[in-house]
Design a protein around this ligand. Structure first.
Ligand code: FDA
Length: 317
């Protein structure tokens, strides 16, 4: 299975496949399971449906490794419009961005300036009397970007509290990063990690990643973190892990509405609903846009069932 995962993660980085594969009907049909559609309207409609069930959303415009400034500026403009639409619709939605989509590969200061525009617009929710202030989330990408992502996050966090960052449990360094983020009273989204990383820097055994996730979750939800004002989001579909976190939190006397879980659109829908109905904070990341191929390959790599699903689609072409 590791071989299939590696092959899919390699495919996610192939420029040729990114151009060619989305034209194939069975690939498009496979991706539709995880995308409500390619347009902003599709994403907002999904957010509205989820909100009816008390499920919040995190919206993201698919794209990464943008290699010209005009494109990064245009992505930033699109996100500003999205934030305005979220506010106008009064939706319980926040936005999550990839720094390489805002120009991190081109120029750090340019990327940072784009990021600040989005954080400031998210902050405007407060002053205009709209829904409570929104957090602007930063995704975590491949390990080569971790240092610069955390750097820009820290810089932004000095001025704006309404910004959050994702950290990956598969990285050995994350334990230290989490300590530093707790000291800042940061908003942190904990995930297992979606990329292919070498064993020197990342745990390669799934059981080690799961164990580290649980350890980090306890740290991020622990008394010190709560005192520091940390907002911790456990972003996983792993039902065993979720159950263990819930049991531990109950023993610690942590209120249900202080526990926040997030999943991806189209995965474990019943569980998303169950968590919301049981009084936990439940959120779903909704992706949209036409640049879905690398992202779709990473989703396939996460679950063998998805590969079989894609193969079934091939034969129903
Ligand atoms: P795991 O992979 O162990 O899956 C547990 C179970 O969930 C599986 O057995 C299967 O049943 C189900 N499942 C998981 N993934 C599935 C899939 N794709 N399709 C169908 N079933 C699936 N990563 C990253 O590196 N940077 C980031 O910024 C983010 N951001 C992010 C936000 C949110 C809200 C989520 C939920 C996830 C991310 N991720 C991410 C992705 C994350 O790193 C990870 O790759 C996936 O969440 C899969 O890991 P699980 O924790 O779900 O566990």
């Amino acid at each position: 299975m590791n071989l299939i995962r590696s092959a899919l993660l390699k495919a996610s980085e192939s420029a040729w496949l990114r151009e060619q594969a989305p034209r194939l009907g069975f690939v498009r049909r496979g991706a539709q399971r995880f995308l409500p559609g390619e347009s902003v309207d599709d994403a907002l409609a999904a957010a509205r449906r989820l909100a009816e069930n008390n499920i919040a959303t995190l919206l993201t415009h698919l794209g990464e490794n943008v290699c010209d400034c005009a494109e990064a500026a245009s992505v930033t403009e699109d996100y500003l419009k999205l934030l305005d639409r979220i506010r106008a619709a009064g939706l319980p939605s926040e936005v999550s961005v990839k720094l390489t989509q805002l120009g991190l590969d081109l120029d750090r200061d340019f990327c940072y300036a784009n990021l600040l525009k989005l954080i400031e617009r998210s902050n405007a929710f407060h002053s205009t009397g709209g829904p409570a202030v929104k957090t602007l989330w930063i995704d975590m990408e491949q390990s080569a970007y971790v240092e610069s992502t955390l750097d820009l996050y820290r810089r932004a966090r000095q001025t704006y509290a309404n910004t959050g960052v994702c950290v990956q449990a598969y990285l050995r360094r994350t334990e230290k990063d989490v300590e530093a983020l707790i000291a800042l009273g940061a908003s942190v989204r904990l995930v297992k990690g979606a990329y292919s990383e070498p064993p020197e820097i990342a745990f390669s055994r799934k059981s080690d990643v799961d164990q580290n996730f649980l350890r980090l979750a306890k740290t991020l939800l622990g008394a010190d973190a709560r005192r520091a004002g940390v907002r911790a989001v456990m972003a996983t579909h792993d039902l065993k892990l979720i159950a263990r976190i819930i049991d531990w939190a109950a023993q610690e006397g942590i209120a249900k509405d202080q526990l926040e879980f997030a999943m991806l659109y189209g995965i474990q829908r019943a569980e998303q609903l169950r968590l919301a109905q049981d009084g936990y904070r439940s959120g779903v990341l909704v992706s949209y846009g036409s640049y879905w191929f690398p992202w779709f390959m990473r989703r396939l790599a996460e679950s063998p069932a998805n590969v079989f699903f894609l193969i079934r689609n091939l034969f129903s072409d």
